[in-house]
Ligand binder design. Structure first.
Ligand code: AVI
Length: 335
């Protein structure tokens, strides 16, 4: 039963992923050319997550300094019963960027009234493995995985059609969007989930700059490796000739924009070739690779309101603090 399920998921996943990979290859090249030609060089953080980047991100989550995963997991464990009390009978839980669905298990345990779990992820392999494990561990729950870039356009499986829907977006990934992107994403989630839906979002809160900076520059250099792996990926996939060690990892708190930033700083004047183009770097010049926005409860509530959601409940962890928000579609807002 389980292996049938697995092969059904992977066959469907393979063709979708082949198309998705061709598109992704084109946009990776286009984004690298545009980003490295800009006056302030920058690259979208979504390109961190090749196989090595995904492994390094997992390692980051277990460093002493990166509190986000630990604080959120403890918070979810403590709040699980209250969160579950707000989940209607027979509901579908829809997770955006589900990966291994590790934190989701805390909700699945606490909310046996869920009838369907819809994990959405771009990686067919990760999705298929996670779905197989969940199907084994929660035999009464229907698992309906969707291979898709959760920031793009996709539809929920028919099985999730007739039931109430609760979205789940943990990990403070919302912080990796700029403000307009976050509003667009939250609006599109509202459209995908429908007008009576709820959404649970994990958000990192503003705290002292020393804690924030350490979280993005751990003492074992895992985050530095994660950052430089982007250059290795460009070399491999776009015929680049970056020397990753000719760049330094830089993590800094930008108070004006309420965000942690990661950069790669050129150690020398150099010309780098990639995607059929040449790019000049001056010594000390920065390539901006990621922004991780941090919020106060009020800032996040305003952002959610701009996307047509109202905050219905907030849970906050012990320090280093992260928050979990339960959002509901704001009354009178057209989807
Ligand atoms: C995935 N995302 C929420 C992480 C963050 O905190 O912005 C990615 C990360 N970058 C460096 N460390 C972790």
């Amino acid at each position: 039963m389980q292996s049938q399920f697995k092969s059904r998921v992977s066959q469907r996943g393979t063709s979708l992923v082949a198309d998705a990979q061709a598109d992704a290859g084109d946009s990776f090249a286009a984004d690298v050319i545009a980003g490295l030609s800009a006056r302030h060089k920058q690259l979208p953080p979504k390109y961190f997550y090749d196989a090595t980047g995904s492994r390094l991100f997992k390692e980051i989550c277990s460093t002493d300094e990166y509190y986000v995963t630990r604080s959120e997991t403890v918070l979810l464990r403590h709040a699980a019963a209250e969160v579950a009390a707000g989940i209607p009978n027979g509901a579908a839980l829809v997770e955006f960027g589900s990966g291994e669905s590790a934190k989701t298990r805390l909700l699945l345990e606490a909310a046996p009234q869920l009838s369907i779990y819809v994990p959405i992820d771009i990686s067919a392999d990760a999705l298929c493995e996670a779905a197989g494990r969940l199907a084994r561990d929660y035999p009464q729950l229907r698992i309906a995985p969707v291979v898709a870039d959760f920031t793009g356009h996709f539809r929920l499986p028919g099985a999730a059609g007739g039931c109430p829907r609760v979205g789940f977006f943990p990990g403070s990934t919302i912080g990796n969007f700029d403000r307009d992107g976050a509003v667009r994403f939250l609006r599109s989630v509202r459209q995908v989930l429908g007008i009576h839906a709820a959404l649970l979002v994990g958000v990192d809160l503003i705290k002292d700059p020393a804690t924030l900076t350490a979280a993005y520059d751990d003492s074992h250099g895992v985050t530095a490796q994660f950052n430089k792996n982007l250059l290795t990926r460009i070399n491999r996939e776009l015929g680049g000739d970056f020397e990753p060690n000719a760049f330094d990892h830089l993590a800094l708190w930008n108070a004006a924009h309420s965000r942690m930033e990661m950069h790669l700083v050129s150690r020398k004047d150099q010309i780098v070739n990639a995607a059929g183009h040449s790019f000049a770097f001056r010594r000390g010049e920065r390539l901006h690779t990621e922004s991780s926005h941090k919020f106060t409860v009020e800032m996040f509530a305003r952002l959610a309101a701009d996307a047509g959601w109202t905050v219905n409940k907030t849970w906050i962890s012990d320090a280093p603090q992260v928050a979990l928000f339960r959002l509901e579609a704001a009354l009178g807002e057209n989807v």
